[in-house]
Design a protein around this ligand. Sequence first.
Ligand SMILES: [Fe+2]
Length: 402
Amino acid sequence: MTKMVAGAELTAMVRDSIGHAKAGTISKTPGILKLAASRYYDPELFQKEVDQIFKRVPLMLAASSELPNPGDFKTMEAVGLPILIVRGQDMIARAFINSCSHRGTNVAVAPTGNAKRFMCPYHGWTFTQKGELMGVASADDFGEIDKSCYGLTPLPSAERSGLIWVIANAKSDLVIDDFLSGYDKLLANFGFDKWHFFSSRVLAGPNWKIAYDGYLDFYHLPVLHRNTFGEDMFNQALFYAWGPHQCVRAPTANLIEMDALPEDQWSNEDVMSGVWTIFPHISIASFGGGGRGVMVSQLMPGKHVGESFTTQMYLTQDPPTEQMLAEVDAQFKFLEVVVRDEDYATGLRQQRALEGGGREFVLFGENEGGARRFHQWVDTLLAADDEELKALFRPGAIQPGA
Ligand SMILES: [Fe+2]
């Protein structure tokens, strides 16, 4: 167990959870909320969400531990945009549109790798790790161009707390740190910058909001997951928000034990327990099979309203030893079954049932404050123009659910 001295905000959150655990309470959001069922299947609304949310706010696209060394790169598509993230010799992780300035094909094709430079596979133009156009193939034949104008298009990005955020819009001037609302400083307590990437895979799921609701939901745990996590799971949750980002914690009995300890004796595992979500599409949950690890789930809307794709990524605090590898692998496989066969199988049935059109509303109870806040943020961002969006994240701004 790693001992830690938690920062004041983190300590305040844990103290609040301890208070609830001792009193046997949760913080409720008053009243039953009805949301239109169509928000999960309306194709026009879905397109707006892609444009107004996923193409405007920073997305957490990579863990630093996926790119530990200079030259390490990762490619992916985010809401249709091909993206290349590469760590330079200066150890800075940069993001670019993965598209050659000559004719536009991807300059990096492999999902991951290490490269000193990127040579476009079509005509052989080369780009540096900083995205600069280095060489034009048969330059004399091609004719003169100003190479400084034809680098890869950079995307706004920031590496914080061992995670890398990218805005899938080269023209955005939203300040990523403003968007993070200080939440990254709490996430820093995991120490992900020193963790290790184990493996990842992709699961297909329902509408991204159906999937995301589930990550903010402990209410379902002992029911839907009774055969996997078991029926003793807590179904109560406490929600703590930093901007649109929320940490979800259960008021469990071990909090009462923590109360009896001096704060510098609290373990990092206990302090960082719960589900750490990052708006609009990330959940980070802790597990212990084969040593301390987390599963980072990264949700992306699919091509149509009823489809999403989740990259599940497993990170371990220590490099797994030969002995631990099988256990880590078993833990990660177990989580695939839980999410695919329980959460997403149920979510896909929910999707089809709602698409049937026979239900006007879905309900959120007083105990479901996390999902309620999430939907409020979705609606706020859909209504906000670019200036209003920036204003929402300026320090001191009045935010949804505040
Ligand atoms: Fe679940």
